[in-house]
Design a protein around this ligand. Structure first.
Ligand code: XIL
Length: 359
């Protein structure tokens, strides 16, 4: 822009006017494009509003790199239905206001989840539980109608491994019907919102993916309003790439939107339970970081190769710095799973992912 203006100046003013000599180094250059500029689908980050407040380095990453934001915890039921009294919207309001001020797409995570199940809801019997789900979803989704683009309506409905449903309090109280019930309630409250079912390990546990897809197909056949499938995509360096590609293609065959909703890539292992970490890699090396960059590059490429453009809801990173990653605290590990290091500098992983978006 600036350059072309300077080139035009002599033409506009003709020879009667002498143009000032401009050193090339003085011409302002635009910032390098962020990930969201490189991609032709949304690129998201997960963050809590309180985390970014007062942290200008983190804020700069959020505003430059992402076009979509998900609250890490601010919109979960345990952040809203804190006790038996009225719902508390302090955290989700602050998050949605922040994301809107930043001009980002807002993604809602999550309406129903077994983890952190509010204790005061344990005593509800079946009928009261149905009543609660319907009124909770109606209140929350209506409050953000037209502002939240999409919701993870049910998170982790499938058992940790295999193809069965997870035994959650909702399943115990209501039975399998709680899932379509939640989608219908969300759709009534905001018919425009994109409604997702979201789960983990479905890129590598084929029995689990098949169970999830059977559930999705049953809902589609019954006319339940479901728009998308979320792959959390908390993967490991040894997660088979061909298998990831096949799983994405299989899910995309439903015709639904596909969201990689919580991406990170670890060097170590865990058994999917809190505290269940297995430390294999103690020290990060340039070679390991380069291998991770290649894995991030492959992931972006696999998404583009296996999900048709109209079904790409986007790729979202989960607490996208090694300083803030949830992996270390949750699994009691030391790992380096994200695009930014502990000093918030771009890692090779960042550049690998950027390559995968373009090449
Ligand atoms: C995690 C958060 O990152 C942690 O801060 C919190 O303590 C527990 O939840 N799958 C999900 C996310 O769907 O909501 C989880 O987020 C990570 C696993």
């Amino acid at each position: 822009m600036y350059k072309s203006l300077f080139l035009l100046l002599p033409l506009l003013y003709g020879s009667a006017c002498t143009t000032p000599a401009v050193e090339t180094s003085e011409i302002p250059t635009a910032d390098p494009p962020g990930l969201a500029d490189l991609a032709d689908f949304p690129i998201g980050g997960a963050i809590n509003e309180g985390r970014v407040r007062g942290d200008s380095a983190l804020l700069a990453i959020v505003s430059e790199e992402f076009s979509s934001l998900t609250a890490t915890n601010d919109m979960k039921m345990y952040a809203i239905a804190r006790g038996p009294g009225a719902l508390d919207f302090t955290l989700p309001d602050a998050f949605v206001n922040f994301a809107e001020r930043q001009g980002k797409r807002v993604f809602g995570h999550t309406l129903l989840w077994h983890y952190g199940f509010p204790r005061h809801l344990m005593e509800l019997d079946g009928e009261a539980a149905e009543g609660f789900i319907n009124s909770y979803i109606d209140t929350v989704v209506t409050r953000y109608r037209g502002r939240v683009d999409g919701w993870d309506v049910v998170n982790e409905a499938m058992a940790t491994s295999g193809g069965e449903l997870r035994e959650t309090p909702w399943l115990e109280k209501i039975g399998k019907a709680y899932i379509p019930m939640a989608f219908r309630a969300a759709d009534r409250a905001d018919p425009e919102a994109k409604l997702f079912i979201n789960d983990f390990n479905t890129e590598r546990d084929t029995a689990k993916l098949n169970g999830l897809l059977a559930l999705v197909e049953e809902m589609q056949a019954d006319g339940v309003p479901i728009d998308g499938i979320g792959f959390q995509m908390h993967i490991r360096m040894d997660t088979d790439e061909e298998l990831i590609g096949r799983s994405l293609a299989k899910a995309a065959a439903t015709g639904l939107l596909i969201h990689l909703s919580e991406v990170d890539i670890i060097f170590n292992r865990h058994d999917d339970t809190q505290g269940g970490g297995e430390q294999i890699v103690d020290k990060i090396t340039p070679e390991l970081l380069e291998q991770q960059a290649q894995k991030y590059e492959s992931l972006a490429r696999l998404y583009r190769e296996n999900v048709p453009p109209a079904q790409r809801y986007g790729i979202t990173f989960w607490s996208f710095t090694d300083r803030d990653t949830w992996i270390n605290g949750f699994f009691d590990l030391k790992d380096w799973p994200t695009l930014y290091d502990e000093q918030l500098q771009k890692k090779p992983a960042y550049y690998g992912f950027a390559r995968g978006l373009r090449e």
